[in-house]
Design a protein around this ligand. Structure first.
Ligand SMILES: Cc1ncc(COP(=O)(O)O)c(C=O)c1O
Length: 394
C-alpha cells in the first residue's frame, strides 16, 4: 500500500526496514558489553587466527602490486574465480564456468542477500525449514517476501511431507543451510536432492548455503545439488570462507548460479558493493591454493570442542537435552528447567551468570524453548561458560 507522505513519515525509515529486526546475536552482544565480564557461547566465530601464510600473501601483494589496493572486476579476480571453479569440480563434482557463473561477494552474507533480492518478489513465499539461520528471515522480508517456516523433525531432520504441504503457487524459493546453523544437522543427500526435485516440479529456487561444508564430524561433504544437471536452473549455491580459513573479518564468499540468474544477481552486487575487497580476494586465493593443513587442524580442534560441549551438556541432562551436532559448531540445547521464553532465559543467563547464548526463538518456528550454544571458542572458554551455567542452575 502506498504510504501517504506527511512531514512525520518523510523522516521515518522505510517500511521495508521497519519490518525487520536486528539479529539476536547482535542484541546479545550489546547487552553483554553493558554487563561486562561475560564468556561467550554466543556468536559463531571460531577462536582461530587467520593463518600466517594468508596474511603474508596479502602483505606481499599490498607492497608489490598496485592492483591489490584497487577494485577488481565486479565478479571478482579472474584467478580466484578459476580457483573456485577447480575446487568445485574436485570437491563437489560441480562444473562451473568461472566467467559467467561465479560472483565473489562480501562474505556469504552479501551472496545470500543479492540472491534473495534477485529471486524474491513482493508477495512471494520462501520456505525456511526451521530452526533456520536467522538472517534468512530478515533478507526475505527485506525483499518483500514472506517466510514460511516448516519445522524440522525432533531430530532436526527435514520433513519432506511437511515441506511438500507448504508449497503453494506463491512459493518462490526455499533456503537451506547444510550443515545447518543453528542445529548442527547434516541433511542427507537423498533429502536435499528430493527437495530439488520438488523445486523443479513446482518451479521454485533452492538457495543452498554451504558456509560449513568443510566441517562434518566424521568426514564427508554434503552433496551440492548443482552437480545434477537438471537442477542447474533451480539451485543457487552460496559459499563463505569466513569460518573455514578463520577469515570472518575479511568478508569474502561467493555465489554460484546459472548465467541467467547471475546476470541479474550481478546487478544487485554492483549496486551494493561494486566488488568484494581486493585484499580479501587475495587472501581467499592464498587460502584456497595454499596448504590445507590449517583447515585440518581447525577441524581437529573443533572436534575436541564438540566433544567437550556434549560432555558438559550430558552432565546437565536434568536441565538440557540436545541432538548431537553432526556438522558446523553449534548445538541447539532444549532447556527443561523453565517454561519461560528463550529470550528471557538467555538474558537472565547473561545478566546473572554472565554467559552469552543465543535465544532459540530467534531462529524461527521450532527454535523456541532452546538456546543455541556455539562451541567455536577455546576449550577453556567452553569450560568456564559451563562452570558458570552449572553454578547458576544449582
Ligand atoms: C549459515 C550461515 N550463512 C552465512 C553466514 C555468513 O557468513 P559470512 O561471514 O561469509 O558473511 C553465516 C555466518 O555465521 C552463517 O552461519
Amino acid at each position: 500500500m502506498q504510504e501517504h507522505l506527511t512531514p512525520q513519515n518523510l523522516l521515518s525509515s522505510s517500511r521495508r526496514v521497519r519490518a525487520i529486526s536486528p539479529s539476536a546475536t547482535k542484541q546479545m552482544a550489546i547487552i553483554a558489553a553493558r554487563v561486562g565480564g561475560c564468556v561467550s557461547l554466543g556468536q559463531g566465530v571460531p577462536s582461530f587466527i587467520t593463518p600466517p601464510h594468508i596474511i603474508e600473501a596479502v602483505t606481499h601483494a599490498l607492497k608489490n602490486d598496485v592492483g591489490s589496493g584497487q577494485y577488481s572486476l565486479q565478479t571478482g579476480m579472474t584467478a580466484l574465480r578459476q580457483c573456485i571453479a577447480r575446487r568445485f569440480l574436485e570437491e563437489k563434482k560441480v562444473s562451473v564456468d568461472p566467467e559467467s557463473e561465479i560472483c565473489v561477494t562480501v562474505g556469504g552474507m552479501e551472496a545470500l542477500l543479492a540472491t534473495v533480492m534477485t529471486v524474491v518478489d513482493e508477495g512471494n513465499q520462501v520456505i525456511l525449514p526451521s530452526p533456520t539461520y536467522a538472517s534468512y528471515t530478515e533478507q526475505v522480508v527485506l525483499a518483500g517476501g514472506t517466510p514460511v517456516y516448516v519445522p524440522l523433525t525432533d531430530k532436526w531432520e527435514l520433513g519432506l511431507k511437511a515441506i511438500t504441504e507448504a508449497i503453494t503457487p506463491r512459493t518462490k524459493a526455499l533456503m537451506l543451510c547444510n550443515p545447518g546453523n543453528p542445529t548442527g544437522t547434516v541433511f542427507s543427500d537423498e533429502q536435499v536432492l528430493a527437495i530439488c526435485e520438488l523445486a523443479v516440479a513446482h518451479g521454485f529456487v533452492v538457495i543452498i548455503d554451504e558456509a560449513y561444508d568443510y566441517m562434518v564430524y566424521g568426514g564427508g561433504m554434503p552433496v551440492n545439488p548443482l552437480s545434477v544437471e537438471r537442477f542447474r536452473d533451480n539451485v543457487i549455491s552460496i559459499s563463505s570462507l569466513s569460518k573455514k580459513y578463520a577469515l570472518t573479518g575479511w568478508r569474502v564468499g561467493w555465489v554460484i548460479a546459472a548465467a541467467r540468474w547471475m546476470e541479474q544477481i550481478m546487478k544487485v552486487h554492483d549496486a551494493a558493493t561494486i566488488c568484494a575487497p581486493t585484499p580479501s580476494q587475495i587472501a581467499a586465493l592464498a587460502a584456497m591454493e595454499g596448504d590445507q593443513q590449517c583447515v585440518r587442524d581447525m577441524c581437529i580442534e573443533l572436534t575436541k570442542r564438540r566433544a567437550l560441549c556434549c560432555k558438559r551438556l550430558d552432565r546437565l541432562s536434568d536441565y538440557f537435552s540436545y541432538v548431537p551436532p553432526r556438522g558446523a559448531f553449534y548445538v541447539m540445547s532444549k532447556y527443561r528447567f523453565t517454561d519461560d521464553n528463550s529470550k528471557e532465559v538467555a538474558i537472565r543467563l547473561l545478566e546473572e551468570a554472565k554467559v552469552i547464548t543465543i535465544p532459540g526463538g530467534a531462529f524461527g518456528l521450532g527454535g523456541e524453548g532452546h538456546l543455541r550454544l556455539s562451541f567455536g571458542g577455546e576449550e577453556k572458554v567452553i569450560d568456564e561458560a559451563f562452570d558458570r551455567i552449572e553454578r547458576w542452575l544449582r
